[in-house]
Design a protein around this ligand. Structure first.
Ligand SMILES: NC(=O)c1ccc[n+]([C@@H]2O[C@H](COP(=O)([O-])OP(=O)(O)OC[C@H]3O[C@@H](n4cnc5c(N)ncnc54)[C@H](OP(=O)(O)O)[C@@H]3O)[C@@H](O)[C@H]2O)c1
Length: 324
């Protein structure tokens, strides 16, 4: 029997139900994994609450590291005992064991711990594509990064600095602001108290930033728009406070012929080559010390509900992992 977290209705953290299940043998093309560490992500709360939908009953979680325990027919790229990780769906990472498609799995190098892989596969690959593919950051650019002390923020900020950008962060409390500065922010705006666009204009001599990376959504949308330079890029990649509001395209003209995109990791890692490119970039960035696994919370898997409660009430800093 193997512990897994199941969701059979939408709601608060209380709908996360620990159950014992017997796994079938891995199907053709799959491997059986024994998870050693599981990443906690804000997207997990969207599926639990019904902001994003999956058919019931479903598991949860898209990021984990572990060991290959059995091979389905036709799997040739992995062997029993391999240390592996993944950072994309399907849902089901909140589990001691699972069967998972070999085509979406990567081997973890010896230089990267299981916890680091579980913390940085999804979040690190997100930082990678946002800074290299959604927009190719070049030295001298100024970026605004919301929730800079969060899981993705803690990878995005130092990587952006490494690429030569000036980074203005936002954070919800003074201690998170200090973490964001330590991660590489040149300045941090306390966005629950300060006027973001006003501060950005002050910090940029009135010009505005080249790119806004906005994972907060509803609460930050207006301030992000007003923080951009003419022809700047608005990257709306998350909804931590709720979805960004609908708007008319002419708004982008009024605010300075802006560009707007709503990217998601799945579309940047759709092919095996794209997945390998992103994963290897993350492993190389960890090995070079460009990004670090900022794991500041750990929970037993059985206490996933407590982890969700902490994440949604803004109590977490950096990344969080759950341990089977
Ligand atoms: N599009 C993609 O490909 C992609 C991939 C990965 C993640 N994401 C998104 O990136 C965001 C960050 O994910 P994460 O897992 O790293 O989470 P996280 O940043 O560790 O946690 C979310 C943070 O958002 C801030 N926040 C602002 N308003 C909030 C509110 N009303 N409720 C809760 N938090 C609020 C909080 O920081 P403060 O206290 O500092 O405000 C909180 O710590 C999420 O929106 C996620 O969906 C998108």
């Amino acid at each position: 029997m193997s512990l897994t977290i199941r969701v059979t209705r939408h709601g608060g953290p209380e709908v996360l139900e620990p159950v014992e299940e017997t796994l079938p043998p891995p199907a053709a093309g799959e491997v059986r994994l024994r998870h050693t560490a599981i990443g906690l992500n804000f997207i997990d709360t969207y599926f639990r609450a019904g902001i994003y939908l999956a058919p019931f009953p479903h598991g949860l979680g898209q990021e984990a590291a572990g060991v290959v325990e059995a091979l389905g027919d036709g799997v040739v790229d992995f062997a029993i005992g391999d240390r592996v990780a993944y950072g994309t769906g399907p849902l089901g990472a909140y589990a001691e064991h699972r069967n998972f498609a070999a085509s979406r799995l990567v081997k973890v190098p010896d230089t990267v711990s299981d916890e680091a892989a579980a913390a940085l596969m999804l979040k690190g690959m997100t930082a990678y594509y946002l800074l290299h593919l959604t927009h190719r950051v070049v030295p001298g650019e100024t970026l605004l990064v919301h929730a800079a002390a969060g899981g993705v923020g803690s990878a995005l900020v130092p990587w952006a600095r490494h690429l030569g950008a000036r980074v203005i962060g936002t954070a919800g409390s003074p201690d998170k602001a200090a973490l964001a500065r330590a991660a590489g922010c040149d300045a941090v705006i306390l966005y629950r108290e300060q006027d973001v666009a006003g501060e950005v204009r002050r910090l940029t001599g009135g010009r505005g930033v080249d790119v806004v990376y906005d994972s907060v959504g509803k609460d930050t949308f207006a301030g992000s728009l007003d923080s951009l330079r003419p022809r700047g890029l608005f990257v709306s990649y998350g909804n931590a406070s709720g979805k960004a509001p609908p708007f008319e395209p002419v708004l982008l003209a009024e605010k300075g012929s802006l560009f707007f995109t709503r990217p998601t990791l799945a579309h940047y890692t759709a092919t095996r080559a794209e997945l390998d490119g992103a994963a290897q970039a993350v492993f190389a960035a960890i090995a070079a010390g460009i990004i670090e696994p900022q794991i500041r919370q750990r929970w037993p898997l059985r206490e996933a509900a407590s982890a969700h409660l902490a994440l949604e009430s803004r109590q977490t800093r950096g990344a969080s992992v759950m341990l089977p």
